[in-house]
Design a protein around this ligand. Structure first.
Ligand code: RM4
Ligand code: MN
Ligand code: MN
Length: 425
């Protein structure tokens, strides 16, 4: 990736500033698309993405959870691991937490610890799927007492968010039914809305409620929040503090997620993302590992809306939601950040003016080729330049490997056996 002088034509001076990794050829190519190197780097610097505490602990499939030597087993360790991701990427100061998996007694002390290691607590995720009471649902349950219990749990999460200085509650429901006739679908819907209205009324000013959807699992007949349309309807009925959260692993095969993103941006209701990748179901694999073009198309919609001054773009909460089964957890997180930055960088390279011209001239292939040209650009030298200018290693995974952190925590943290199911189960 390092610049080889041989590839730089001597007669072409660098158009912008020339660094160690960026050849004048790349700079010329950037400029041809209306982007300066400094503008590109400034945009990359503003982009940050939250990592999930649960991605640092042992997790796996319902068949087996393999223990990873040194894997974090409580919140402080998860935060220490997240600080490593932040150290090598500089793009991940926020960490999402899941309650009760991360429950602590002294939240002020957690906030203090996080800030000492260069982090802040991000989205607070209530857990409405691991209590015996929730067999038939939580916010949609036919028993008012169970619904009340679920509401109180979310309100507890709101209080935690206030104490740790977070402005986001990220809500995913496992509620649904397995058999036709098991419960009345319209009644469930009304219970959901009523419960959410109670939760919404408890939100302090400025705190956001992000409503995540998923089409199936653990329910197999009807999930109560199955799709973006249902989440959007709920958000619209609740008010401006509620928005939709898109988890990239939560759609049926073949769904055009970029189009969902476009619709939500145009409605001004895109709350944020849970990034991960999938091939078959909710696989929670490394972001962009299976379908990098889909990820690029999502960012293309965001960059395109941003270029038109869409106000929603500045309010998007970018988050990773992954569960690592066989791969090293911290490295998987770092690689996910790299892959997201790569997709974003490529979307920044689309020549928006020329694309619009091609679209409005009915030039189908020309317009497609504009996207293809950006997607096929090797942005690794640009990202290396960006990292080096921030005083970081151009290869965050290599930097992390060289740090010896994995070996150290494997020695220091007590070994625990593998198990089955999700953490906390
Ligand atoms: C769900 C969903 C939620 C996450 C849980 C662990 O499938 O993606 O966001 O909190 O998994
Ligand atoms: Mn999710
Ligand atoms: Mn999921």
């Amino acid at each position: 990736m390092r610049r080889g002088n041989r590839s730089i034509p001597a007669q072409k001076p660098a158009i912008v500033r020339q660094g160690e990794y960026v050849s004048s050829e790349i700079e010329n190519r950037l400029q041809g698309r209306g982007v300066t190197l400094d503008g590109f780097i400034a945009a990359m610097q503003q982009f940050s993405i939250e990592t999930p505490s649960w991605g640092y602990g042992d997790s796996g499939t319902r068949f087996k959870v393999f223990h990873w030597p040194g894997a974090a087993s409580h919140l402080r360790e998860k935060l220490a691991d997240a600080a490593q991701v932040q150290r090598v990427t500089g793009a991940c100061p926020g960490v999402a937490i899941h309650i009760p998996w991360d429950r602590e007694d002294d939240w002020r002390a957690v906030k203090e610890y996080a800030s000492q290691i260069g982090l802040r607590i991000g989205a607070v995720n209530p857990n409405l799927f691991q209590d015996d009471a929730y067999r038939f649902g939580s916010l949609c349950h036919f028993d008012k007492a169970i619904r009340q219990r679920a509401i109180e749990h979310i309100i507890e999460c709101i209080h935690i968010a206030q104490e740790v200085g977070s402005g986001v509650i990220s809500l995913w429901l496992a509620d649904g039914t397995n058999y036709p006739g098991q419960d009345d679908l319209r009644r469930r819907r009304r219970r959901l809305l009523e419960s959410l209205q109670t939760v919404y009324a408890a939100l302090p000013a400025g705190m956001r409620l992000l409503i995540e959807y998923k089409f199936f699992e653990p329910a197999f007949y009807a999930t109560d929040l199955p799709d973006w349309g249902t989440s959007l309807l709920m958000a619209q009925k609740l008010g401006p503090q509620a928005d939709v959260l898109v988890d990239t692993g939560h759609h049926p095969q073949g769904t055009n997620i970029a189009q969902i993103v476009a619709q939500l941006l145009d409605e001004g209701r895109l709350g944020g993302f849970h990034f991960n990748d999938r091939r078959y179901a909710d696989d929670d694999l490394i972001v962009g590992s299976q379908n990098p073009f889909e990820l690029f198309c999502i960012f293309n919609e965001i960059v395109s809306a941003g270029a038109e001054g869409n106000a929603n773009v500045g309010r998007i909460e970018y988050m990773i939601d992954q569960s690592h089964n066989i791969e090293p957890k911290i490295e998987a997180m770092i690689q996910s950040v790299i892959n997201v930055q790569t997709a974003y960088a490529k979307a920044l390279l689309v020549d928006r003016t020329a694309l619009r011209e091609a679209q409005e001239a009915g030039d189908v292939l020309g317009a497609y080729r504009m996207l293809q040209a950006a997607f096929e650009t090797d942005v690794r030298p640009l990202l290396s330049e960006f990292r080096v200018r921030q005083g970081r290693d151009p290869d965050p995974v290599a930097a992390f490997r060289a740090s010896g952190y994995v070996e150290r925590v494997a020695r220091e943290r007590p070994a625990s056996a593998g198990s089955s199911g999700y953490p906390g189960a």
